[in-house]
Design a protein around this ligand. Structure first.
Ligand code: FRU
Length: 427
């Protein structure tokens, strides 16, 4: 078989052609990110300014539903359960990040949610604040809550918060019960650190060069339906001696004419991954990142995976202000599609953009999470009214539905605030 024939033969078998090495890191390049532009398929509908507060005395932002080990949405005695970052509304809107805790919510109909408070003991929890994560209900009925332990409790300096906001990935467990009075988490386990930045694949706070904030956060538990292997996927930064490689810029043709503005190399976002080695998800092994946006965007926040047939969709949220110099795009959820968890990811819609805030209301919502049934939840952020006045949200936004078709997507439906319907597969 000549190499040319062999290459043709391989190209005809998508599963084989898509195979990459175990340490392959895909790239979201400047060339791809430059194509980001809102279209009718990707522009979010306007947020209703007449929104209701899901927890009237709390700011509520990053939200995630309780998922079964296989990723499907969990129900417990007919209740849906969700977790979200919360902080007292008596604090300023901007102060909430450094006072964040994780709150629990439950709902019988998937539309009307009850806020049940912080389910853990703040003194036992790790970190000065607890940032985003995910929650998994295992086959024995244990809830595993994965979160980001941010800042050292004993050495927290609010005035230098970006410099002291060290992030480590933590977990705890609970038993869960439900009765006519709602859902209860009991028997809180130990809180333990399960992952820390290694300074090689992933930047440590000591290596942080001062651009915005460093990241080692937002754990997402994922069981690969095709291999049964389990992983934690998270937001990181390229570590130690990373460099801006030619491929971070674009292909050869593009590189002939594109000059990279100074400072772009400080934007070193990546999507990290660790393999789970034990059944209780306490032993993990850091692996090279799945994707990096070095030179293109500093933050690939809250990464998560949805598998649709043999397509793996890797989603992440990002901001306008975290694009590297010379590039821009909306606050939105971005997606990449491949034929396996470790693959040569292609940006959705040619650029990566899946849902973006409309240009005239660029901060109306944030922190989208695409659920396995392609419903997309998010929170109301800073929408502007018709006079241009900002109204702080801090509550669940309307649920959207996206259609995923290969590397194309389209927003197709809008539901109620915080609605999680049992429609579609993987309910
Ligand atoms: C996204 C995010 C997360 C982080 C949290 C902190 O909205 O920046 O990455 O866990 O908010 O408030």
């Amino acid at each position: 078989l000549s190499t040319a024939i062999a290459a043709n033969f391989l190209a005809a078998i998508p599963a084989l052609a898509a195979e990459v090495s175990d340490d392959h890191t895909s790239i979201w390049s400047r060339q791809q990110a430059e194509k980001v532009a809102l279209t009718k398929e990707t522009t979010a509908p306007p947020v209703d300014l007449d929104f209701k507060l899901v927890a009237p005395d709390q700011w509520v932002w990053d939200t995630w539903p309780l998922q079964n080990r296989d990723g499907s949405l969990a129900t417990v005695k007919g209740y849906r359960i969700a977790f979200a970052l919360v902080a007292p509304r008596s604090l300023g809107w901007g102060e909430r990040h450094t006072q964040a805790s994780i709150g629990m919510f439950y709902s019988k109909n998937g539309k009307d949610w009850t806020y049940a408070g912080i389910p853990y003991n703040k003194d036992k929890a790790l970190g000065h604040m607890q940032w985003a994560g995910t929650a998994m209900l295992d086959e024995k009925g244990k809830v595993h809550l994965f979160y980001t332990a941010t800042g050292d409790k004993n050495n927290w300096d609010e005035s230098r918060w970006a410099q002291t906001a060290e992030q480590r990935i933590a977990k705890t467990t609970f038993d869960i019960g439900a009765d006519k009075d709602g859902v209860h988490l009991t028997n809180e386990g130990e809180h333990q650190i399960i992952l820390e930045a290694d300074g090689n694949y992933y930047e440590t706070i000591e290596q942080f060069k001062g651009n915005i904030i460093t990241a080692f956060r937002d754990p997402f538990f994922f069981q690969d339906p095709n291999t049964g292997k389990e992983y934690i996927i998270f937001e990181g930064q390229a570590g130690g001696d990373y460099s801006l490689k030619p491929e971070n810029i674009g292909d050869e043709e593009y590189r002939k004419t594109h000059s990279v503005p100074a400072g772009a190399e400080l934007y070193n976002g990546n999507i990290g991954i660790a393999e789970v080695l034990d059944h209780d998800i306490t032993k993990l092994k850091l692996l090279p990142p799945l994707l990096e946006s070095v030179g293109a965007n500093h933050q690939m926040e809250r990464p998560h995976v949805v598998v649709n047939g043999d397509d793996y969709y890797l989603f992440t949220i990002s901001h306008t202000f975290t694009y590297a110099p010379g590039l821009t795009g909306p606050d939105g959820v971005y997606g990449f599609v491949g034929k396996g968890l470790r693959s040569d990811y292609k940006p959705m819609n040619g650029s990566g953009l899946v849902i973006g805030n409309p240009a005239e209301n660029g901060y109306q919502a944030y922190s989208w999470m695409v659920l396995p049934n392609q419903q997309v939840i998010s929170f109301i952020n800073e929408p502007k009214d018709e006079n241009g006045e900002v109204k702080f949200g801090g509550t669940f936004s309307s649920t959207l539905k996206v259609n995923l078709e290969g590397d194309k997507s389209e927003i197709t439906k809008e539901g109620k605030q915080g609605e999680i319907k049992p429609f579609g597969p993987n309910r």
